[in-house]
Ligand binder design. Structure first.
Ligand code: MV4
Length: 502
């Protein structure tokens, strides 16, 4: 039985895991880099170990340092969180070799799903629908042109080792095929030291819908329904919700069954996610599997009522799942937004710095998974995501209103955040109607751009300017009693043609 877990991560997810450890009576061990001495995950854990300098490739990504900390602390298991070493097959294997339980899948499952060509073959043999295309790497350019002409344009050239859009090219014209394959290959080689690319039919304006699955080590596997993740920017999710506004009972059941079949095909154990792209007719295709706990897991927890971290730990302990597919149902609606330390109105520039003041949103149906606090300096070395705001409500419209209420009361000063941008998303008609796909942000730019300096702001500025002017005149009046008493002429300052420029 697991008694002590080392959390090989930082930020909100480290805290998320530590919270469940405490509820389960399991001791928690934090690890921290030089930049994270003052981080909250260090204070939340029962013990903490220093693992190296700030850059992650000298600390959170150094397998030897993490294993050392696990041994020193006597941890019997490691939770990798997401990112960092969470989908590193070598790390999973190393933990096993050292007699430490890796709270995640086997190296085999990570490797098979990590290579897209291998994964596509596996899915085909498990009768899971994949995007039409090839399952062998392109080796001959003439042959590739021939195959693509037969399939019909447009197509996508994708890196087998890729993910998140790296090494991916859209091809719409025949003459673009050769340059696209060549550049996809070199980008893939530079990023993954693997230049294998393959062909997929292009699905226009797809939805990104993923299924959460959990599998134990006794052959039981169930899905916990879908998450709609189509609101993305540059392959980064911005809003996630469940249930998906476009889903039907029938498609949900079919996709869920295919998600379970996908996981079973690689003998999966633990929590995982099957990503699908879905077209407007609700045809769906396996895209890839994420062999980790995901950032957006809380929306599933809120609607299905399952603690996914607790489930992961129970599975790692060798226990059987304590629920069956028919025990699970979706209740109500959950939405998550990701809060970034960035200037969304200025090209989404990362904006790390010190939090001067923070007021967290609270109240009925609000969950805030974060790690920053008043006075905390956000390090520049890591992801700029500072927190996730999750709301639950009985219906989707109520969840949207609740999220707007929560964002309205979420105050952070000292740094710029994406809170105003997120608020604007919740006001876009296509979002409110639930009619959106992965092109949502580019299709709704006019709603999402920062508001023009409106008349209210102009009036506020005029009032301030007029008051400063009044004070100056007041000083003058005190020195020279022959003058008429000064007047506050802010209405004059507020007149359009007299707009004050500071
Ligand atoms: C596609 C696609 C259309 N057709 N594949 C983007 C990241 C990677 N995970 C796969 N991606 C896509 N693959 C075919 N055959 C469109 C995308 C895509 C996308 C997918 C999911 C979520 C957001 C996206 C944004 C742009 C493009």
């Amino acid at each position: 039985m697991i008694k002590k877990i080392l959390v090989a991560n930082r930020g909100e997810i480290a805290i998320r895991v530590i919270r469940t450890c405490r509820e389960m009576g399991i001791k928690s061990v934090a690890v921290y880099s030089e930049a994270d001495r003052a981080s909250l995950h260090v204070r939340f854990a029962d013990e903490a170990y220093y693992i190296g300098p700030a850059p992650s490739n000298e600390s959170y990504l150094v397998i030897d340092n993490i294993i050392d900390a696990a041994k020193k602390s006597g941890a019997d298991a490691i939770h990798p969180g997401y990112g960092f070493l969470s989908e590193n097959a070598e790390f999973s294997e190393r933990c096993e070799k050292e007699g430490i339980i890796f709270i995640g899948p086997s190296a085999y499952a990570i490797n098979t799903m990590g290579d897209k060509i291998t994964a596509r073959k596996k899915m085909q043999s498990a009768n899971v629908p994949v995007v039409p295309g090839t399952t062998e790497p392109i080796t001959d350019l003439d042959k590739a042109v021939e195959i693509i002409n037969e399939m019909g344009l447009p197509v996508m050239i994708k890196a087998s080792a890729g993910g998140g859009g790296k090494g991916m090219r859209l091809v719409t014209k025949e003459e673009e095929i050769v340059p696209a394959v060549t550049s996809a290959k070199s980008e893939a080689f530079a990023a993954f030291s693997n230049d294998e690319v393959y062909i997929e039919k292009y699905i226009n304006s797809p939805h990104h819908i993923e299924f959460q699955i959990v599998a134990d080590k006794h052959g039981n596997c169930v899905h916990l329904f879908e998450r709609e993740c189509s609101v993305q920017r540059r392959h980064q999710k911005v809003v996630e919700e469940t249930p998906s506004p476009i889903m039907t009972e029938k498609v949900r059941d079919d996709m869920g069954e295919h998600a379970v079949a996908a996981a079973m095909a690689v003998n999966y154990s633990g929590a995982g996610t099957i990503e699908f792209i879905v077209d407007d007719e609700l045809n769906y295709y396996f895209l890839e599997m994420n062999t980790r706990l995901q950032v957006e897991h809380p929306v599933t927890e809120m609607v299905v009522g399952v603690d996914l971290v607790k489930t992961q730990i129970n599975i790692a302990n060798g226990e059987e799942l304590d629920f069956k597919q028919e025990d699970l149902k979706q209740t109500g609606h959950a939405i998550e937004v990701r809060i970034y330390a960035e200037d969304s109105d200025n090209n989404f520039m990362p904006n790390p710095g010190t939090i001067e003041h923070m007021t967290e949103p609270l109240g009925l149906g609000v969950r805030h998974d974060g790690y920053v606090y008043t006075g905390y300096e956000i390090p520049i070395y890591y992801d700029p995501m500072i927190s996730k705001l999750i709301v639950w409500a009985p219906t989707r419209p109520e969840a949207i209103e609740r999220m707007k209420r929560a964002l309205y009361t979420y105050k952070i000063t000292g740094i710029k955040t994406s809170i105003p941008f997120l608020y604007r998303i919740l006001d876009v008609p296509d979002f409110i109607n639930g009619r959106y796909n992965t092109h949502f942000i580019q299709d709704n730019e006019k709603y999402l751009l920062p508001p023009k300096k409106d008349s209210q702001q102009e009036e506020d500025l005029s009032a301030i300017a007029a008051f400063v002017n009044y004070l100056a005149n007041l000083d003058n009046h005190n020195e020279n009693h022959n003058c008429k008493p000064p007047v506050n002429n802010w209405k004059i300052f507020g007149r359009k043609k007299n707009v004050i420029r500071l």
